[in-house]
Design a binder for this molecule. Sequence first.
Ligand SMILES: C[S@@+](CC[C@H](N)C(=O)[O-])C[C@H]1O[C@@H](n2cnc3c(N)ncnc32)[C@H](O)[C@@H]1O
Length: 267
Amino acid sequence: MTVSTTTRPVTPVGILAAELAEISARLDATDGVGEDLRARLRRASALAGGLDPYVSACTTPESPALRALAARTAAEDWGDHGSAPQLEQEMLSGHVEGQALKLLVHLGRARRVLDVGMFTGYSSLAMAEALPADGTVVACEVDAHVAGIARECFDASPDGHKITVRVAPAADTLAELAAAGERFDLVFLDADKGGYLGYLQQVLDGDLLTEHGVVCVDNTLMQGQPWCGSTPNGDAVAAFNRAVADDPRVEQALLPVRDGLTILRRV
Ligand SMILES: C[S@@+](CC[C@H](N)C(=O)[O-])C[C@H]1O[C@@H](n2cnc3c(N)ncnc32)[C@H](O)[C@@H]1O
């Protein structure tokens, strides 16, 4: 196993910080640039680069079980993950977003949570930790390998027993849950971005959300791509954000937490 100590920036502010640091370093090495411009760029770089560490320092620390799960994920050799080469450690939601999800579980007095796109289980375990003793998380994941890593981490945690893992395409699991009449107080969407709109329709049309339930959707800023460049994932998220904004059945706020966290509810 290879322990990866660095991660590439995957949030708009992280990417901005890296860009500014690079430009600032290049300018410092360039003759003929005035000290005023150098100083302003250093300040811009410090503002952007200091934001995430400051937010993290002001957020309740993660539990030992979540810290161990993040470390286990970082220790995995993602470059050698043959069955699903598109998976990478940067997919993990992490400390600040996990803590935000925990607070939403508490605020909503949630008992039943649905996690769509589990990866190695960080969001599932974070939300499980915030649930009461009889609370449950149903976690959807299509990749059996990462589901195995998640299960190992859940088994080592005092709250992992609250989580049921369903290894299958999420659309199939959502259809089965709707057919079984299951309902959830909090749904977290974090699987394939091209599937987001379909998952939201399944949740709303399949009556998977309780009366006061909320849906949280990750990566709705998608590294700035919806307004600053185009990739298939950026286009999918932009289309999702537009569709949500135009849907009179819901009201929503897009919070700039990590790579964007939209919280919505049925009105
Ligand atoms: C961004 S990661 C999820 C991160 C996780 N929520 C966390 O907190 O660390 C997305 C996950 O969705 C899974 N996924 C992608 N397409 C899927 C599908 N159609 N059904 C279920 N899971 C899917 C991927 O295998 C990946 O593990």
